[in-house]
Write a protein that binds this ligand. Sequence first.
Ligand SMILES: Nc1nc2c(ncn2[C@@H]2O[C@H](COP(=O)(O)OP(=O)(O)OP(=O)(O)O)[C@@H](O)[C@H]2O)c(=O)[nH]1
Ligand SMILES: [Mg+2]
Length: 341
Amino acid sequence: MEALVVVVIVTVVLLAAVAGLLWSRGRAETAAPSLPPSPTAAPPTPRTLGDRLARTRHAVGDRLIGLFGRGTLDEAFWSELEETLITGDVGVGTATAVVERVRASKPDDMAAARAALQAELLGLFAARDRSLRADGRPALMVIVGVNGTGKTTSIAKLAHRFVGAGKQVVLGAADTFRAGASEQLETWADRVGAEYVGGEPNSDPAAVAFRALERGTEMGADLVIIDTAGRLHSNRNLMEELGKIIRILTREAGAIDETLLVLDATTGQNAIAQAHTFTDVVGVTGIILSKLDGTARGGVVVAVEQDLELPVKLIGVGEAMEDLVTFEPASFIAALLGEGG
Ligand SMILES: Nc1nc2c(ncn2[C@@H]2O[C@H](COP(=O)(O)OP(=O)(O)OP(=O)(O)O)[C@@H](O)[C@H]2O)c(=O)[nH]1
Ligand SMILES: [Mg+2]
């Protein structure tokens, strides 16, 4: 009998010990997520253009620096130069032509070859007006492109820029089709301090665009930016719908100041193929090349301009509001060639 009592007591004590252990572990596990985030979790936004274009700079710029550091202008040098430019996605024909021209200039040494390359790369960008036209009262911009290229975030960045310059901005959500699209734009409008105009789900996007313009006029706003639904260039109905939005806005406003096509730089040369259908349907005035920070093939900016014969006006170089910058060929090339920028 006594032995039984001892066994029961020992069992109870053991069970209590195991339960205590499990309880303290559980607490440790649930407590862990409430620890303050590590200071390294969110690095500050890189500051220079070169930093923001680090992927391309490493893949292309560092290779060029290595190549120019080697010292001999031999056959291997020229073919590696061409290969490096092709890797950066400037387009095969362009890469070959650039190298031929640098070579034909008969540089005496590496420094001369490097200077000639820089001049040739710069020469690939025609002198195009890259400023944003904003003549209307209010000025009117329409943002178009394939799904997920970065239209809505680019609009938020643009609005942030104009509001920061003391302008009154209206954002119109002419994407009534995708669930959540209007809310996404409305959230951005709140955050950046812009007026928002949206519509009922599945209502006519051209009517929303029209109302946004109307609101901008009533308010005496400086700028109205219209967000449109992402659409595949092959979707004929959606392309017709886009045509209607553009027609109605043109009729009401007299002219659209900017129709900007957003292309995702990470899709490389495919972005160019998609772009043609848009330029056929709407009079695109300029390109926003988004996500240049996300690709090692940033040379695609050259191919985009050459192929579409349209100015790249803005480049997206990150997810922060400040990460939409005016495209300047000289600083872009300098950043790629490792000259800071
Ligand atoms: N790294 C990086 N990400 C970007 C940039 N621009 C946009 N993004 C990201 O790309 C994703 C899609 O952006 P959205 O602005 O929603 O794209 P959208 O074209 O409006 O998409 P739909 O409305 O669905 O057609 C988001 O996660 C953005 O944060 C950029 O310049 N750099
Ligand atoms: Mg969107």
